[in-house]
Design a protein. Structure first.
Length: 193
């Protein structure tokens, strides 16, 4: 199979952007603020304040779509004077059409959304204050593992009398270059008031 120079160049650019995003993700990051309402082992209920996010949607399988989305967002934010530190976690969920994945970066306090220029493929959005049910875990974060932990979180929510108010989200705290046993991830589900 022959590859064109354009295909190879595009692949190299995507790999570089993704690598930049993941290298930045492995540095000392600022964590998005929240207040813990209750905790039971790996499960918790949290209140998040209004958060500004930069988001992009990439079609494809979750792992590669989120990696490319992170690269796009890191390039967008840091190419505009955002510094060299991300706010963690990287948030991901399926897009409304079910064809791709939306990747979100919470903007660090030092980046003001009103000072950013729009760019095709990147949206700036305010997430309203919300209550979230969360399940924290470490290790592999494959699609199968995420689905298994989502089912566990939903069972815990049912036992607590909590109702979902939106689709599941995934939160990633480490680069995929981090050994699986050291990775920290979460499954998040918005709660009804």
């Amino acid at each position: 199979m022959a590859f064109s120079a354009k295909m190879i160049g595009g692949g190299v650019a995507a790999a570089v952007a993704t690598g930049v995003g993941y290298l930045l993700l492995s540095r000392g990051e600022q964590a998005a603020a929240f207040r813990t309402i209750s905790r039971e082992g790996a499960f918790s209920v949290r209140d998040y304040p209004k958060l500004w996010v930069a988001e992009t949607v990439i079609e494809g399988m979750r792992e590669s779509a989120v990696a490319r989305g992170l690269g796009r967002l890191a390039e967008y934010l840091f190419g505009r004077g955002g510094g060299s530190r991300l706010t963690i976690p990287v948030l991901a969920d399926g897009d409304e059409d079910g064809r791709g994945w939306r990747t979100r970066l919470v903007m660090p306090d030092r980046i003001r959304p009103e000072g950013l220029e729009p760019e095709e493929g990147v949206a700036l959005r305010a997430l309203p204050p919300r209550r979230i049910a969360a399940m924290r875990f470490s290790g592999d974060n494959s699609d199968h593992i995420l689905g298994s932990h989502e089912a566990e979180l939903r069972r815990w929510m049912k036992a607590q009398g909590l109702r979902a108010a939106g689709p599941v989200e995934h939160a990633f705290y480490n680069s995929p270059l981090t050994p699986a046993r050291l990775r920290r991830s979460e499954v998040l589900i918005p709660l009804a008031a």
